[in-house]
Design a protein around this ligand. Structure first.
Ligand code: HEC
Length: 338
């Protein structure tokens, strides 16, 4: 059920990316957003408008820390935007993620959730009294009563110009960074980012004939939390995953991590202990999607192994000839035997 919901959600909001919080409306100030008190992930009490919105360019999202589907994915996507924005986050633009479950989301839980994704300035995770958060969320466009129905769009705003818009975290991170940048006429980033293609799930399906489908899926759904050969992020680095794990296991895990966890699978339990902050969400992927992803991950592992072998070969080539080099035991790929 959940899985289907996710796919439906993806389809629904990938299609709408039109600024429809009325771009040129009169400035929405403290009367609109209110100065109700909220509590940050550091346990600090702040006033919503004056401390988080006033005079800033902001990106607002809605989350709850026990969410197992969209919120971690959205937050991971925002982390990718944060990567593109670099130093500008905390200087030119500020992220605000608001809990839709303040009854359960203590500042400590918000802190743990935040830490799993990002450690740096400019991103406030907000909880507080349920009444205050409800009012604030309502004004920002989240009018759902149930926490699981909360909107999955992000709200972009420039308080100085009064420009507000909605967008989807599934927009390409580079594209989103550009859109955010463009909200501020005074702000020019040093490097101009070429507007990347905007991908919808329909595009994804079309891509399957033209591009490596596993790569497209990976970039869109996994890369906020996983890298291949760069190191652990929210989840483990996936380089060489097929050597560590059985492919059937990987497939099952990619398709329904919660089910594997609940089956008392030792590997899953161990992973759960190691990556405490956030659980891998259920992404609603098909058997074919999982196969494509594994093919992509294996291809990446091969590419990296080849690149490393070439680098080693290059080094050997440039190294001064050592006495006894004719007994060199390197194999054809340049990898020394041990
Ligand atoms: C919101 C973050 C998030 C997203 C998005 C995500 N994962 Fe994960 N993934 C995790 C975490 C955290 C773990 C560690 C175990 C756990 O908590 O489930 C994990 C574990 C895994 C594992 C097991 C790794 C191992 O060392 O055994 C695989 C395989 C995996 N993820 C693949 C994927 C793929 C493929 C995608 C995209 C389709 C994806 N994940 C999307 C967070 C994420």
């Amino acid at each position: 059920m959940k899985a289907l919901c996710v796919v439906r959600l993806l389809l629904a909001f990938a299609a709408v990316c039109v600024p429809y919080l009325a771009a040129a409306s009169p400035k929405r100030g403290v009367e609109y957003f209110t100065n109700l008190e909220v509590v940050t992930q550091d346990g600090e009490t702040v006033r919503f408008y004056d401390d988080l919105i006033k005079d800033k360019v902001v990106v607002v999202s809605f989350i709850f820390t026990s969410c197992t589907d969209m919120c971690p994915i959205n937050t991971a996507r925002m982390t990718q935007v944060a990567d593109v924005l670099g130093d500008a986050l905390g200087k030119n633009v500020f992220f605000v993620s608001i809990s839709v479950d303040p009854e359960n989301d203590t500042p400590e839980k918000m802190r743990a959730f935040a830490d799993a994704f990002y450690n740096g300035p400019g991103w406030t995770f907000v909880t507080g009294s349920p009444e205050n958060l409800k009012t604030i969320s309502y004004q920002l466009g989240n009018r759902e009563e149930k926490r699981s129905d909360h909107i999955n769009e992000i709200i972009l705003g420039n308080d100085r110009t009064g420009e507000w818009a909605r967008n989807t975290p599934f927009n390409e991170p580079e594209r989103l960074a550009t859109i955010i940048q463009e909200m501020d006429p005074e702000w020019r980033m040093e490097t101009v980012i070429p507007p990347d293609q905007f991908l919808t799930l329909d595009d994804l399906r079309r891509y399957q004939v033209s591009a490596d489908p596993g790569q497209v899926l990976f970039r869109k759904l996994c890369s906020g939390c996983h890298t291949v050969g760069v190191g652990d992020r929210v989840g483990p680095d996936l380089l060489g995953i097929s050597e560590r794990r059985d492919e059937e296991w990987i497939k099952r895990y990619i398709r329904d991590p919660a089910a594997v966890r609940q089956s008392n699978d030792l590997a899953a339990i161990e992973l759960g202990l190691r990556y405490g902050g956030v659980r891998m969400p259920n992404l609603g992927l098909s058997e074919n999607d999982a196969t494509d992803l594994i093919t992509y991950l294996n291809g990446q592992a091969d590419n990296i192994a080849r690149a490393r072998a070439e680098a080693v070969a290059q080094q050997d080539h440039h190294a001064p000839v050592q006495p006894g080099n004719q007994n060199d035991t390197s194999d054809a790929a340049g990898q020394p035997h041990h």
